[in-house]
Write a protein that binds this ligand. Sequence first.
Ligand code: 7TS
Length: 421
Amino acid sequence: MSIALAQRPRPVADPHHFDVARIRADFPILAETIHGKPLVYLDNAATTHKPRAVIDAISEVYQRHYSNVHRGVHTLSQRSTDLFEGAREKVRGFINAAKAREIVFVRGTTEAINLVAQTYGRANIGAGDEILITAMEHHSNIVPWQMLCAQTGATLQVVPIDRRGELDMEAFERLLNDRTRLVSVVHMSNALGTVNPIETIIDRAHRRGIPVMVDGAQSAPHMPIDVHALDCDFFAFSGHKLYGPSGIGVLYGKEALLKAMPPYQGGGDMIRQVTFDKTEYNELPYKFEAGTPAIADAIALGTAIDYLQEIGMTAVAEHEHRLLSYATERAMHIPGLTVIGTAHDKGAILSFTLERVHPHDVGTLLDQLGIAIRAGHHCAMPVMDFFGVPATVRASFALYNTAQEVDALMDGIQQVIEVFA
Ligand code: 7TS
C-alpha cells in the first residue's frame, strides 16, 4: 500500500511565462507587513519562506499520519514510514542520485559535512595528509575539517580567490598532490554568489583518485542539480533554504563510499543486531540515521521538492538570474556602492558595501522600510578578510522575488545614503 498527502493546488508550470504573482500567492508570509510596509524579503540565502503546501504538509502529517518510522506494524507507523521513504525517493529524483539508499537524512548542510569529516575523514585521512578547500567557504565547510586535522594530524590547504571572487584554478591544480585525500568545495558562495566550476574541480581531482565533497547549501535551491552527471562523491544541502522545513537536510554519498564508512552516531535505527559484545550495523542509509528522525520535516521537504519541480529548476534559475542582472545594473549606478563578488558565473546574491555607512546601519534602516537583507560576515570571515571589509550588506533573491522589490531595495539604499549624507 502506498500513501500520499492530499493533493494541493499546484504552481503554474509555463516555461515562457514565470508567473511570479501566482507563486507569491502560495507563500502566506509574503502578505505580512513590517513596520507598516509590505514585506520585501531578500534574505533568502539565510533561509527561505515556505509555500502553503509545505506548511499544510507538516500539519497534515501530524493530524492524520504521524507515528514513529521503521518500527511498528500498526497502520500509522506504516503510513509515516511510507511517507518518509517517499520523501527520500523525491530527494533522490531531485538530485538524480542512482539509489534512494545514497540519500541520508541529516539536520542540514552543517551536519552533513561534519558526518563526512568524522566518518569518511577519520577512516581515510591521517597525519601528513591534506584536505583541500577554498577561500570562499562557509564556516561549515572550514571548521569540521579543522577539527579533523586537529584529531588526525592532517593539514588544511586553501585554494585562493581573486578580486572578482573567483577561484584561482591554476592554484587549485598546483595544490592537488599525492597527499591530497579529499577536496571539499562550495558550489555557490553564500557571501559572494560565485558559482564554482565544480565539473572541472571534480574532473581534476578524480584524475588523481581524490574524492570530492560539494557544499550545495546555496546551489540546490537555485539551479538544477544532477549528482550523477557531476559525478561528485558527496553532496550536501539544507531543507530550510529550499522552501522546506528547518532541521532537515540531505547528505548524498556514492553507495560504495557510504558502505565503507563507519557510522556517525550510535543508537536506534542504525543497528541490525545488538548484544553487549558486538553490534551489527544496519544497511544504508539507516546506518547513518541513528535515533528518531525529523519525520514530518522530511516528508514536508518532499512536498517542497514537488513544488519546485512543478515550476522547474531551470525556470527558477532564469527568473533569479534576471533579478540579479537587474539589481546589479541598478546598484552600479549608486555612488559609493561597491559590489563584493563580481564573478562571471553568479547565483542571485548581491553583496555590497556603502561608503561611510556600516552594513548593520544599512540593515537597520532598510528594516524600517520593511526590507529584510542580511548585514554581517555571512559565516565566511575569511572572505571578509580577503576583501578587507568587516561585513557586507547582502541581498539574496528567491523564486518569489520581483523587479519591484529590487526597486524598493535600491530606493531604500538611496534613502540610507541621504540619511548619512
Ligand atoms: N554552506 C553554505 C554555502 C551556506 O550558505 C550555509 C548557510 C551553510 C553551509 C550551512 O547551512 P546550515 O543549513 O547547516 O546552517 N548559510 C547561511 C547564510 O548565508 N546566512 O545564514 C546561513
